[in-house]
Write a protein that binds this ligand. Structure first.
Ligand code: 5GP
Ligand code: MN
Length: 339
């Protein structure tokens, strides 16, 4: 996004606009934090604004200011479609291609509203009129801060906006520890706290509101953890039966893959989660250092993401998916063992 783009966007936002903001399917903390942060900012700037998510998201995100205003495309399709078709501007946040919004792909690609992408995933599609895409950014929430700054409007960031952006940065950086966390990230976080984000309370709301069953499910996942030391890899499986046993709710498996990555010496971690309803195995891949799980997911698991965190899916059975994962490791022997 260059200076010319910024002044065009400034001119555009100088009059009241109908704006829709959309994140990716199965929204995470960064998707919800960045969209609601931008929502409150644009609302303050006197626009008509609506956040539309493709589908539901975990309950540990449902306290964030503005949560109650969010519409869900899968259950409120007619209303959402009308808003999308009438939008002057559609901000697409935290994803790089329309197919990442699931069933919203068609309506978004056919919509006439001007598109502004703000995202930190690799290989962005070329649909937006204005693109702010940077894979070096810790989170889309951090990019919203930069975006507001580029509009010379940092003073507009109040405690509500700061709270939303803090959630996005905190969750996407694994609480400020992933490689994408920079000195600038910390400076922004410091400024968000100064503007009123209550860091202790936010951490508590997101991480310390577990159900008993979620912790039991984690116990099951850890029991299923397997290490493959010769490839510095480890993986976890969760079958549909196991999910059912612990009354699985959306978000319950969030972060579990990081336990595999926390094993000493492991630089590649995976979790395979059976989803009988969708007929797929949902895969999350994580890595340390230069090993690209984005590349691995694109090549073998119909997905993508970032160098150190990617998602994908498989139509094989759970055991066949694990077998496939193990069988491709020799192809990555050099990358895994030369680290
Ligand atoms: P997760 O494993 O938590 O689902 O995803 C890890 C990261 O990869 C997230 O940033 C997520 O947005 C991204 N991601 C997950 N699935 C896909 C996918 O199918 N394609 C792309 N490009 N990114 C994905
Ligand atoms: Mn993100």
């Amino acid at each position: 996004m260059n200076r010319q783009d910024i002044s065009s966007i400034k001119a555009l936002l100088s009059t009241t606009q109908n704006i829709v903001i959309v994140p990716h399917k199965n929204p995470d903390g960064d998707a919800i934090g960045s969209t609601l942060g931008l929502y409150h900012y644009l609302l303050k700037d006197h626009h008509q604004v609506q956040v539309i998510v493709p589908n539901d998201y975990p309950s540990f995100l449902k306290w964030i200011p503005g949560n109650d205003t969010i519409l869900k495309y899968d259950s409120q399709t007619t209303k959402c479609a009308e808003l999308i078709n009438n939008a002057d501007i559609i901000f697409t946040l935290d994803f790089n291609a329309f197919h990442r919004t699931g069933d919203m792909e068609t309506i978004l690609s056919e919509s006439q509203g001007l598109k502004i992408m703000i995202d930190h995933h690799q290989s962005p599609d070329d649909y937006p009129t204005y693109m702010f895409s940077d894979v070096n950014m810790s989170s889309t929430a951090e990019m919203i801060y930069h975006f507001i700054d580029m509009l010379d409007d940092k003073n507009a960031i109040d405690s509500t906006i700061a709270t939303c952006l803090y959630v996005g940065i905190m969750t996407d950086t694994g609480s400020f520890r992933f490689r994408s966390t920079t000195a600038t990230t910390h400076r922004i976080v410091a400024s968000l706290i100064e503007k009123g984000a209550d860091n202790t309370q936010i951490h508590n709301n997101v991480y310390d509101t577990n159900s008993y069953e979620r912790i039991q499910l984690l116990g099951c996942a850890l029991t299923n953890l397997r290490a493959i030391p010769e490839y510095k890899a480890a993986y976890i499986t969760l079958s549909q039966d196991e999910l059912n046993r612990y009354n699985y709710k959306k978000g319950d498996t969030e972060g579990v893959v990081n336990y595999a990555l926390s094993l000493d010496g492991v630089i590649l971690a995976a979790i395979f989660i059976e989803d009988k309803k969708e007929g797929i195995i949902k895969i999350s891949l994580r890595s340390k250092g230069d090993f690209s799980v984005n590349e691995m997911s694109r090549a073998h698991f119909n997905g993508g993401g970032h160098t150190n965190a990617a998602g994908g899916r498989s139509h094989l059975s759970l055991s066949d998916t694990v077998e496939k994962f193990i069988s491709i490791l020799p192809c990555y022997n050099k990358a895994l063992n030369n680290e």
